[in-house]
Design a protein around this ligand. Structure first.
Ligand SMILES: [Zn+2]
Length: 678
């Protein structure tokens, strides 16, 4: 199709080539980063998409010569919203991806927020506004990035993504710096009329995709055609994008064949091509993997940034870890969402957890075998002053009914040892606004010791506590009680995570297990279990819900089923399908009025049965949460378990489509499902 309108222009490669010429150090850093990235992708591709969400702090520098160029906050917010759709595969137009490429379209699991803490630890909107006498800025020399040349100085690029919005010279839409460039010019520049999807944004670049494209470069994505001058020899170094000769403009009709890439041709609807905003709407899993490598490698300081943490109300040092990605250290944590899913604790089966912060299930190894490793990120929320403390890391046999200090303190040995200390380490000096990662070697307990839990023999939880005083309350703002959930929510220096030891579970590891009930020594409680799929509300609109795909069954076992019947079989959105198994019809289902005597623990099995293939790259969560009420107390959350399920699409050499699923970290092939449904 002929396209006579304005064409996309990006000068990231021109900038890159100039830097290569000017700065030998940049050339060397870029080579190192590429070597790191290839090794990372090669080593970690099997793990699929990252399950955690990385949130990047953004500062937008509006540099304006006219009133119109001084774009509104609404226009800036519209751009942030576009990024949060595009990098999460939540953009409605992803439905327009041709069927042949649909399996490759991925949720990169990256989000963006305007900064709330500026480099001097003052509150900020994350927007700076600078009036300039410069009528238009050329790329060459980066004048928009310095106050001395009529622009705005950057904020520290190791802590913020700098985005300059200005009138660029000629028809230039934008350009970016790849990782490895000079800190003083790091970031992206976007033309004022190509920013966001409202206000002065002008067709055909009025859907915010110029920033998506440029931030793709900033996260080390190349143009999809490989940037060679002519021909098919270049590569974007991404395994799942077709080889492509040149850029595409406008809104091409599918397919556009080049370089023998038929029948499906170029992936011109990828954000890293040159098509119009309305005609680009996907990233691939391979591109997401490269961006993961960037976030764990050359841009790892962004992941640790304090740019989204408001300056604390009191000036003192404050060591903390995040309960959830959006946690800012407030006490208590205002989030209504579960407190047992901290991304600041992660397990690796080998000591690579600094460069790969994706949580793995630990693995039981025979005596003499290698250790597993647990990592905990400890942050300092203060504006000034380094802080020191002691991190104590504990394990417990997994259950949705955990309290404090038992069983974490090792005092419960019936029916088996139910918890203990993994280790204790000084945090060292953590600088204001900074963080440190502590590593603990760990040998998880032998699953054979937990036969009494049936299928749930190899599933453990972790708890990290940062103590800053040697005696009670150990530096906690709210002294700890037996209510573990409240302790974690109230104190920002306590974090919690559920885990599953992967071992050869008889019958396959296709089911995930957890224990529910009440620990010894507590009063009689009335329990309620809820079954939810977090984030499903956003996914449901796009027909990407776990419930759209298959059936979730929960095997309660004969004893718990009897307890449930004794309590009147209370529940909603569930169907009893055999003597012990319920099917969860939709997110938010529950069973209740479960009377638990002290010390009663029941093992339940969660089973996902897919209906047909899902040829896609996805991360799904399923959550079991236990609530308790008593004689004279309101219902409160006690604890829960998150089950992570990943799908990974890959095309094998012979062109046979295959799908690998990961359920709770145990990778398995589709046909091996153990069926418990009738
Ligand atoms: Zn570009």
């Amino acid at each position: 199709m002929e396209n006579n309108g304005p064409q996309r222009t990006c000068e990231t490669m021109e900038e890159h080539r100039e830097l290569l010429k000017k700065e030998p150090a940049y050339r060397e850093r870029k080579l190192q980063i590429e070597r790191f990235t290839r090794r990372y992708v090669r080593t970690n591709a099997r793990e699929g998409l990252r399950s955690g969400i990385v949130i990047i702090p953004v500062v937008v520098h509006v540099v304006h010569n006219t009133a119109a160029q001084n774009i509104s906050d609404a226009q800036i917010n519209s751009q942030i919203a576009v990024l949060n759709q595009d990098f999460r595969r939540l953009n409605p137009d992803v439905a327009g991806v041709p069927a042949a490429f649909q399996p490759l379209a991925a949720d990169a699991r990256i989000e963006f927020r305007l900064a709330v803490r500026d480099p001097n630890c003052n509150p900020t909107t994350g927007i700076t506004r600078t009036e300039t006498s410069v009528t238009s800025f050329p790329r060459a020399g980066n004048p928009v990035k310095s106050a001395a040349t009529g622009g705005a100085d950057p904020w520290p690029s190791d802590r913020y993504l700098n985005v300059w919005v200005c009138r660029l010279s000629g028809v230039l839409l934008g350009y970016a710096h790849f990782p490895g460039g000079p800190a003083a010019t790091d970031g992206v520049v976007i033309r004022d009329t190509a920013f966001g999807n409202t206000g002065t944004a002008a067709a055909p670049f009025d859907r915010g995709r110029t920033a998506t494209h440029e931030i793709g470069h900033w996260l080390n994505l190349a143009h999809i055609w490989g940037d060679e001058e002519v021909g098919c020899g270049g590569s974007d170094n991404v395994g799942d994008t077709p080889n492509q000769a040149d850029e595409n403009y406008g809104c091409p009709a599918f397919p556009q064949v080049s370089c023998g890439n038929g029948p499906n041709g170029d992936m011109f609807m990828n954000y890293m091509d040159y098509t119009d905003d309305a005609c680009m709407f996907m990233l691939t899993a391979g591109q997401a993997g490269r961006m993961d490598a960037t976030l764990y490698g050359p841009r790892s300081s962004i992941v640790a940034s304090d740019g989204l943490v408001p300056p604390p109300p009191s000036p003192g040092v404050d060591l903390w870890s995040k309960d959830r990605p959006e946690d800012t250290g407030a006490e208590p944590d205002p989030s209504p969402l579960p407190m047992w899913e901290s991304d600041d604790i992660w397990v690796r089966r080998q000591n690579d957890g600094v460069t790969n912060q994706e949580h793995q299930n630990p693995e039981h190894r025979d005596p003499g075998g290698p250790d597993n490793f647990v990592y905990v990120r400890v942050r300092n929320r203060a504006c000034r002053g380094a802080a020191n403390g002691t991190l104590k890391l504990y394990w417990a046999k997994a259950s949705t009914a955990l309290s404090w200090p038992a069983p974490w303190d090792g005092s419960v040995s019936s029916p088996a040892l139910m918890g203990g200390l993994v280790g204790s380490q000084p945090t060292g000096s953590v600088p204001a606004g900074g963080s440190t990662i502590l590593q603990f070697a760990w040998r998880p307990p032998n699953p054979d010791d937990y036969a009494v839990f049936g299928g749930d023999r190899s599933h453990f939880c972790l708890l990290g506590r940062i103590e800053t005083a040697p005696t009670a309350p150990f530096g906690m703002t709210f002294p700890e009680t037996t209510n573990l959930y409240a302790n974690v929510q109230n104190n920002n220096n306590i974090v919690w995570k559920n885990i599953t030891v992967v071992d050869e579970v008889p019958g396959g590891g296709r089911m995930a297990w957890t224990s529910v009930g009440a620990l010894a020594g507590e009063e009689v409680t009335i329990g309620r279990l809820t079954f939810t799929a977090p984030g499903e509300d956003r996914k449901q609109e796009l027909e990407r819900s776990l419930f759209d795909w298959g059936t979730i069954a929960v095997d309660l076992g004969p004893d718990l089923i009897e307890r449930w019947r004794d309590g009147g079989a209370a529940g909603e959105r569930i169907d009893l399908i055999d003597d012990t198994t319920i099917v969860v019809a939709e997110s938010g289902a529950w069973i209740g009025n479960l009377k638990f005597e002290p010390g009663e623990l029941y093992t339940i099995g969660v089973h996902f049965e897919p209906k047909g293939d899902r040829e896609t790259n996805e991360v799904f969560f399923f959550e079991v949460t236990q609530y308790a009420s008593g004689e004279d107390r309101e219902e409160v959350p006690v604890g829960g378990m998150r089950f992570v399920m990943k799908t990974r699409y890959r095309e094998q050499r012979r062109g046979v489509l295959d799908q690998v699923l990961t359920f709770n970290g145990a990778e398995f092939l589709r046909p091996q499902l153990h069926t418990i449904l009738g």
